[in-house]
Design a protein around this ligand. Structure first.
Ligand code: FAQ
Length: 311
């Protein structure tokens, strides 16, 4: 990189300027953004699967309508994010190929199965809750198209989180069995939700540079702690027990202390060994193959109209 251009870029970022698609940027900045934004987009798309699993079994029409709207929002988020990433000179096909051949990641959380209806509540409450904690600061990420996509996404995620909490509220006020389902969902989703924030700061190879370039505005551990601090009182309100015997308020730190995370499990899931990882990828590849005729029809429609415009 040209040192003068780099210095100008660094100064702009440090002054909280947004970097736009036609602005000069270091190649590593561009690559980091393509990686993070495409992985974020893939997470939204793969994230439809665990919830889609319950669409035909939602217990009422209104729950079904809410769930359907939420899943459609996730598809929209994926699409805005792919569009925003395309402004960095990568095509959607390239990004999707990378997902399908396993070279691009998606959030570990979506490799866990949804076993009971309360899991839908737990996903909204915890998974969307964690996603918001991470995405609200990204509204001020230094790359303009990514920051702007985040504004709308955060509004929708906030509705997702609320519907999840409200569903949990119904479950805990229902029959003893329903209450047990809510506790079971919390037991299974708590630790994977904390893992969503990524490896600890001292094992996170990208954090330092991404913080300097203001791609990330907070570190993984800081966001994880914020999430724990915000969520524990919500669990108390629900009358549910967070599955961590060492969880306690630390007056001195002004934060909750919690047990060490099982990072072996995290890395195994990142490597593609999660409980339903293979099913998730098979479902995505099948959806892509089944949709081939739509892409072909759209392309041939476009060609026909382009030649009509010329004629
Ligand atoms: N899963 O150096 P770091 C949602 C990878 S959206 C898998 O700390 P970085 C909405 C990481 O990529 C959820 N891989 O990396 C919804 C890197 O590998 P690489 C998604 C992970 O980028 C709700 C390596 O480990 N949100 O849920 C994970 O600085 C409900 C080293 O890590 C976003 O993507 C993980 N959890 O920080 C949808 C937000 N963590 O790429 C449906 C944007 C780390 O070098 C239903 N992304 N890795 O090969 C970010 O903020 C960041 O990318 C982090 C990771 C914080 C995820």
């Amino acid at each position: 990189d040209d040192p003068q251009q780099l210095a100008r870029f660094e100064a702009r970022v440090a002054a909280d300027d947004f970097i736009e698609p036609n602005d000069w940027m270091p190649e590593t900045y561009r690559k980091t953004l393509v990686r993070q934004m495409s992985q974020h987009a893939h997470s939204e798309i793969v994230g439809m699967l665990p919830e889609g699993n319950w669409l035909t079994r939602a217990p009422s029409l209104s729950r079904k309508a809410i769930l359907l709207a939420k899943i459609q929002d996730e598809a929209g988020h994926g699409l805005y994010l792919y569009c925003a990433a395309e402004t960095l000179g990568v095509s959607r096909e390239q990004m999707i190929d990378a997902l399908h051949d396993g070279s691009a990641k998606y959030s570990t959380i979506f490799n866990y199965p949804t076993l009971n209806w309360a899991d839908i509540g737990a996903i909204g409450w915890l998974v969307d809750g964690a996603a918001i904690m991470n995405q609200v600061p990204l509204q001020r990420t230094s790359y303009g198209p990514y920051a702007r996509a985040m504004v709308r996404i955060c509004k929708e995620e906030s509705f997702h989180q609320r519907q999840g909490f409200e569903l949990m509220m119904h479950m805990v006020n229902g029959t003893p069995d329903q209450r047990e389902m809510a506790q079971d969902a919390l037991n299974r989703f708590w630790w994977p939700s904390l893992m969503m924030f990524g490896p600890p700061d001292d094992k996170s190879p990208n954090t330092e540079r991404s913080m300097r370039w203001r791609i990330k505005r907070d570190t993984n551990d800081d966001l994880r702690q914020k999430f724990v601090d915000a969520t524990v009182p919500q669990a108390e309100l629900l009358g549910l027990t967070v599955p961590d015997p060492n969880l306690r308020w630390n007056e001195e730190r002004g934060h909750y202390d919690f047990s060490p995370i099982d990072w072996e499990e995290f890395y195994a899931v990142v490597r593609g060994e999660g409980p339903v990882a293979q099913e998730r990828m098979q479902a995505r590849r099948k959806a892509w193959d089944d949709g081939a005729w739509v892409r072909e029809a759209a392309a041939s429609y476009e060609t026909k109209h382009a030649s009509a415009r010329i004629a």
